[in-house]
Every structure is written in structure tokens, then in C-alpha cells.
Design a protein around this ligand. Structure first.
Ligand code: PLP
Length: 398
């Protein structure tokens, strides 16, 4: 999955540009920077690729999600519906913004379902933090309809889904704003980094200010700017943005290679009776970062994940993975935090320790994901498919 699959001279050139100027800061210092604005250029690339009117690069996907939450006007005491299958950063972003996470069911799309959202709504529900898991979009028609019907603000954690579209629209553009991650494991990487996108100028302005201590960024006068709001430092450095920029220029190549591997492997795995695939509301819009498939039950999935690992196939079994599924989030269940948040003051809206989410448990328990490597040759992917089908047939035969 990492963008570092295709990492080379282009990334080095962009980084050296920055080092040559000595201006590592994304704002101001126009006399130093010799017209080098790597964060701005990275944002332009993201705008062009996603079709967003506005893009703002920040220090990580986690800070992108927190910025989106702040800019959407969601906060203290608002119940925000979240999925139990995501990365913990989604939940942290809601908590940092003062929101109270309310878990709802996902389905075979691997994302929150419209039905799951509707069932989790209470009079205090103000928003939905939708996560487009494993590189593809949720069922946007159904989810948009529920949000409209109940007047809920939709925001998107698209941390894993740069390159995913739904009926031609990039994820991140369905709600008020969305955030992408550029960490080491994503389709394109900046080392560490994130980008928020939106079509709303007011939201964009808040994101740019919030992620830089509230500065309004008017003029070349660092330190003397106005600060209309309070914020914090979620800035990306020019060095990270330089890497992200070079990677963005390759995203179409990366996406096409991943999609082609995924289509091939999916077709080969369909030979195995007993395997079913993630439901993709728009298969054409899939970024192709993962092939996600289901075994008939949890015990078989556990066996299959183990056997695939032993056969040298890097398979993710999220059900027991420490960061991606609620079962392992003891720190959340006990609300362990070095600082006091709204949830400590107001109380959790659900009993996180004893939450029952049978559909999500069943879906994630049966799920296995395989990351697509950009640089696989046709021979390598064929050999991989042969190994996978052999292992899975063997497991399913017993
Ligand atoms: C869904 C999701 N949101 C947010 C993040 C956080 O991104 P970062 O690691 O860049 O902070 C991740 C990272 O894996 C993620 O998967």
C-alpha cells in the first residue's frame, strides 16, 4: 500500500529544492524562498486530482480530521456518529473537537451504513464522521439521504481513501469537508502529512486558520498577522510537502497499477468457492489500494489469515489488529487521557465497554485484506494469485 512503492529521483529533487533555499516553513519569507512554495503546489495537485475548490495541507491525516471537525462547527457535547472499524484517529478527532462519539454499525461496504446511522440517532446527534475504509467510498446516496432527512452535518475521514470516487465525485467532497492522510502507509506519502479538501470557502478559511494558531495569513508579515480564531499548530513543513507534491504527480500511475492488480486478483480469487468480496457501491471509483474479501465465518477467516501469513502473503486481519477495530480500544473504553475532554465532563453517550455491534463484529470477523503493490510484475502477481488460491482452497476444504 505505501506510496513509497514508487519513490525516487522526483521526491529527492523536490526536497533538495527546499533545502537549497533554506526555507522549510510553508508561510512567508518570500525573500528567501526563490518562488518555492511546495505546500501550495501540493495543494494545487490535490485540487486538480480531486476536483475540490479548496485544499489545505496539514501535518497528518489525524490533524486533517481534527481540523475538519473544528471547521464544521461541531463541538462540545454534540453526538457524532462514527464507525467501529476505522483508525483510532477518527475517534480522537471527534474527542479533541469536544464531540461525543456514538458508534453505529458498518456493513459489507466496510463503512457506516445508512441504516446503521439512522438507528444510532438521538436528539443530541449533530453530525456523522464518515470513514471511507480501505480505499473505497461508502454508500453515499443512502448516507446523504439519511443526513438530509435528520439534518446532520456530514464530515469525512478519507484518511485511507485518496483516489476513491463515488459516481465521479472524490470522497471528501460529499460533506462539509474531508481529510486525507499522507502517512507512510497511504497511496501517496509525504512521510507524515495530511490534506483537507472542501468546496466551501468559509470552511477552508477556518481550516487554514485553525491549523496555524488562528493566523489569517494576509501579507508577508509573520508574527504581525491578525488571528480571528484560536487554533493550534497542525502545519505541514515544506520538506514533507515537497515529498507529497512529487507523490501527487504520480497518483494516477499508482492508482491505475493498483486497480489493475486488484481486478486481476479479484478475478483469480473468484475461482475459490466460499470467498465473497466487499460490497463496493461504486466499483469503478475504487482506488484499488486493497482487495477485501470475506470468508464464510470468523473461525475460517482466522485460519485463512494465519495460513496466508505462513505462505508469505501479507494479509491484514483487522479483527485482531490493535488500531483498527473497537475490540482492541481499551484506552477508549476506559476514557484514559492525560487531559480532560468533554466526554469526561458530560459522560459517554454509550457504554463503550459493553457495546453491542453484532453486524460490525460479524463483518470484520470474516474480513481479510491484501494491499496492492504498485511495482508487482505480471509474473509476481500471478505467482501471488496461485499461492493465495491454493492456501484458501486448502483452508476451505477443512
Ligand atoms: C481512516 C484513517 N483516518 C485517519 C488516519 C490518520 O492519519 P495519519 O497517520 O496521517 O495521522 C488514518 C491513518 O491510518 C486512517 O486510516
Amino acid at each position: 500500500m505505501p506510496g513509497t512503492d514508487l519513490f525516487g529521483a522526483e521526491e529527492k529533487k523536490e526536497v533538495l529544492d527546499v533545502l537549497d533555499t533554506g526555507c522549510l516553513f510553508r508561510y512567508n519569507h518570500e525573500h528567501l524562498r526563490q518562488e518555492m512554495w511546495k505546500a501550495r503546489e501540493m495543494e494545487e495537485e490535490v485540487k486538480q486530482f480531486t476536483g475540490a475548490y479548496y485544499a489545505h495541507a496539514v501535518s497528518s491525516g489525524s490533524t486533517a480530521v481534527a481540523s475538519v471537525m473544528a471547521a464544521a462547527g461541531l463541538g462540545f457535547g454534540d453526538e457524532i456518529i462514527v464507525p467501529p472499524f476505522t483508525y483510532i484517529a477518527t475517534i480522537e478527532g471527534v474527542l479533541l473537537g469536544g464531540g461525543l462519539p456514538v458508534f453505529a454499525e458498518i456493513d459489507e461496504t466496510l463503512c457506516l451504513s445508512a441504516e446503521g446511522i439512522e438507528k444510532a440517532i438521538t436528539p443530541k446527534t449533530k453530525g456523522v464522521m464518515l470513514v471511507h475504509m480501505c480505499g473505497a467510498a461508502a454508500d453515499m446516496d443512502g448516507i446523504m439521504e439519511v443526513c438530509r432527512k435528520h439534518n446532520l452535518t456530514l464530515i469525512e475521514d478519507a484518511g485511507q481513501a485518496l483516489g476513491a470516487f463515488y459516481k465521479g465525485t472524490s470522497v471528501g467532497l460529499f460533506g462539509k469537508a474531508g481529510g486525507f492522510s499522507f502517512d507512510f502507509f497511504k497511496i501517496t506519502t509525504a512521510g507524515e502529512g495530511g490534506v483537507c479538501i472542501t468546496n466551501d470557502k468559509e470552511i477552508y478559511d477556518i481550516i487554514t486558520q485553525f491549523s496555524d494558531h488562528g493566523h489569517d495569513h494576509i501579507g508577508d508579515n509573520r508574527g504581525m498577522e491578525q488571528h480571528p480564531i484560536l487554533g493550534t499548530n497542525f502545519r505541514i513543513s515544506e520538506l514533507h510537502a515537497a515529498v507529497g507534491l512529487a507523490q501527487m504527480r504520480k497518483i494516477n500511475t499508482i492508482r491505475e497499477a493498483k486497480r489493475s492488480h486488484k481486478v486481476y486478483l479479484k478475478q483469480r480469487l473468484s475461482e475459490v468457492a466460499g470467498i465473497t468480496f466487499r460490497h463496493l457501491p461504486d466499483e469503478e471509483g475504487d482506488s484499488g489500494t486493497f482487495l477485501n474479501f470475506f470468508l464464510p465465518d470468523q473461525a475460517t477467516a482466522e485460519k485463512a489469515a494465519k495460513a496466508l501469513g505462513e505462505a508469505g502473503v501479507g494479509a491484514a486481519y483487522w479483527y485482531t489488529n490493535m488500531y483498527h477495530f473497537i475490540n482492541q480500544w481499551d484506552h477508549l473504553k476506559e476514557l484514559r487521557s492525560p487531559f480532560k475532554m468533554a466526554i469526561h465532563h458530560l459522560g459517554a453517550p454509550q457504554d463503550y465497554k459493553n457495546l453491542e455491534l453484532p453486524k460490525s463484529q460479524e463483518v470484520v470477523g470474516r474480513l481479510i485484506s491484501i494491499g496492492m503493490k504498485v511495482t508487482w510484475t505480471e509474473e509476481e502477481r500471478e505467482a501471488l494469485a496461485n499461492r493465495m488460491t491454493a492456501v484458501l482452497k486448502e483452508v476451505l476444504a477443512h
